[in-house]
Design a protein around this ligand. Structure first.
Ligand SMILES: Cc1ncc(COP(=O)(O)O)c(C=O)c1O
Length: 383
């Protein structure tokens, strides 16, 4: 037993490797092995592991000021907020910084209740929104909601992709409809553009706030900065977008992006968090977004996704490839857990999902064709 197992609660089924160092798409272990990371450190290493621009910015900020709360102004926070808003689709014009995905979703739901004076929230079967009380109550996926018992009241479940199931629930007691626009943990499930457009119309008609949980899809993962506003999403822009995961390249940070209309309902003291907007995280946010821009990572994602899809067509065991950009679910004929294990033995890290046939890829946005070739070869599909 390692010290970690001895002194830490065993809440995760771990891979049998100890990550010591990272560089781009590679993880180096304590045994001196090198792994191709197609899971991106749990969808966090969007810029790749230890991108030099991000590391330099964190180092510089760390030597100047690690932290001061929102009680003071900060140029690091101002830069991060401006940069984040600059890449968001209009009319999302203001941000609130927090520390994680679940916290971003809690605050998004709270803002929707404040803006509407209503309490209920509609979310979807298969969606995952986090593990704190309100977010886990909004999570209708497998056993997760059970873990949060007693759940927060007023959470309603609709069927993803079925607008009629939403319409039936969306009365004038509903504050928000919240969704993962691509349901990642459920097996990378995506709806038709018409579904997102119909949700937007429904929300407009009935005075409901539309929230996209872009904790996984945001910050360039789909080949666009956000799923919000994208062609795949019917050009729909919600009232609130939540992000976290890759936003700080590994420094914990989350954010809500909101419209002026939502912002107008939020007053002093309505929301808060000690660590949200801290300087170290803010330096990481700005540098992360700059690195994605400077290295042309959005174009890279689109280009390499096309290459991967093309290569996978040759592969007999692959039934379908779900998702968009670098949030991909590869559906196999056989159990994905076995493929995950086989790939790990061949020094490639991938992810599973709650669909036993779907292997999930959430690689750094700097992945290249060479890495795809390695992945396809390692699966040994060609015999
Ligand atoms: C879509 C989505 N929302 C929310 C969360 C919760 O984020 P965090 O673990 O940072 O609280 C996750 C985490 O996996 C997620 O995938």
């Amino acid at each position: 037993m390692t010290n970690e197992d001895q002194f830490q609660l065993a809440t995760y089924k771990k891979m049998p490797i100890a990550a010591e160092r990272g560089e781009g798409v590679w993880i180096y272990t304590s045994d001196g092995d090198k792994y191709l990371d197609l899971y991106g450190g749990h969808a966090v290493a969007g810029t790749g592991h230890c991108h030099p621009h991000v590391v330099n910015a964190i180092n510089k900020q760390a030597s100047e000021l690690l932290f001061y709360s929102n009680l003071v102004y900060s140029s690091a926070r101002a830069r991060a907020a401006e940069k984040l808003v600059s890449i968001a689709p209009r009319p999302l014009t203001k941000t609130f910084f927090c520390n994680s995905g679940t916290e971003a979703n809690e605050n998004a739901m709270r803002m929707a209740r404040m803006a509407t004076g209503r309490e209920k929230i509609i979310t979807f079967s298969g969606g995952f929104h986090g593990r704190t009380a309100d977010a886990i109550s909004a999570t209708f996926l497998g056993k997760y909601r059970e873990l949060g018992k007693p759940n927060v009241p007023g959470h309603l479940e609709a069927e993803f992709g079925n607008v009629e199931s939403v319409r039936a629930l969306a009365d004038d007691t509903v504050a928000a409809i919240m969704l993962e626009p691509i349901q990642s943990m459920a097996g990378v499930r995506m709806a038709q553009p018409e579904f997102y457009a119909a949700l937007r119309t429904l929300c407009d008609e009935r005075g409901i706030v539309l929230i996209y949980d872009e904790v996984q899809t945001g910050v360039g993962r789909t080949g666009e900065w956000f799923f919000a506003g994208s062609e795949a999403g019917g050009g729909v822009v919600p009232d609130v977008v939540t992000v976290a995961k890759s936003l700080g390249s590994g420094v914990p940070v989350g954010a809500c992006l909101v419209t002026d209309a939502i912002a107008s309902h939020i007053k002093e003291n309505d929301l808060g968090t000690t660590f949200g907007g801290g300087m170290l995280a803010m330096a990481a946010v700005t540098a992360t977004l700059e690195a994605i821009e400077q290295d042309g990572m959005l174009e890279n994602v689109r280009c390499i996704e096309a290459y991967l899809r093309e290569r996978l067509q040759e592969v007999e065991q692959v039934v379908a490839v779900h998702g968009l950009g670098f949030l991909l679910g590869i559906e196999f004929k056989e159990n994905a857990a076995a493929i995950h294990k086989r790939l790990l033995e061949r020094r490639i890290i991938t992810g599973t999902s709650s669909d036993p046939k779907v292997l999930r890829l959430l690689p750094p946005l700097c992945l290249t064709e060479k890495h795809i070739d390695e992945f396809v070869l390692a699966t040994d599909f060609h015999g």
